[in-house]
Design a protein around this ligand. Structure first.
Ligand code: 4NP
Length: 151
């Protein structure tokens, strides 16, 4: 079944939320769902406290996830690569080796707003409300993704 990778910059705020939320909506045994960051700043780190906290509020535990950096090999390991924003999109597309790799990459919010290439805003430098907003956007997108992929 489908293998899905969520990508942001640091892999501590948005993409761990996306990983946890999508995992909560699909049967674990049938899907591979992971996340990565285009940067290496937070490799091995737990998600940001504010992401852990907003996820917990909605019944999702992401506290055990660990940051890792996106690599070219991920084009072989995953079928769909969802990026959170335009800068993630450029960074991932720059690593693509061919059309097949490029065709795997899409903006997660295009699931709600097709072809609009809207960003999930980076909440890192803001307050708690930013994390709440980001949770809701990603949750809505993941509901659509899960409905499409569910057996
Ligand atoms: P993320 O947020 O890409 O959603 O994980 C960020 C986390 C860390 C940094 C930037 C964005 N940083 O600059 O360290």
């Amino acid at each position: 079944m489908a293998k899905i990778l969520m990508v942001c910059l640091g892999n501590i705020c948005r993409s761990p939320l996306a990983e946890g939320i999508l995992k909560s909506k699909l049967p674990e045994s049938l899907f591979t769902i992971d996340s990565a960051g285009t940067a290496n700043y937070h490799v091995g780190n737990s998600p940001d406290k504010r992401s852990i906290s907003v996820a917990k509020k909605y019944g999702i535990d992401i506290s055990n996830l660990k940051g890792r950096q996106f690599s070219v090999k991920d084009f072989e390991l995953f079928d769909i690569i969802y990026v959170m924003d335009e800068s993630n999109y450029r960074n991932v597309m720059n690593l693509a080796r061919n059309e097949q790799d490029k065709n795997k990459v899409t903006f997660i919010l295009n699931e709600i707003y097709p072809n609009q290439n809207y960003d999930v805003p980076d909440p890192y430098y803001g307050g708690e409300q930013g994390f709440e907003n980001v949770f809701k956007m990603i949750d809505e997108a993941c509901s659509i993704i899960a409905d499409k992929l569910k057996p």
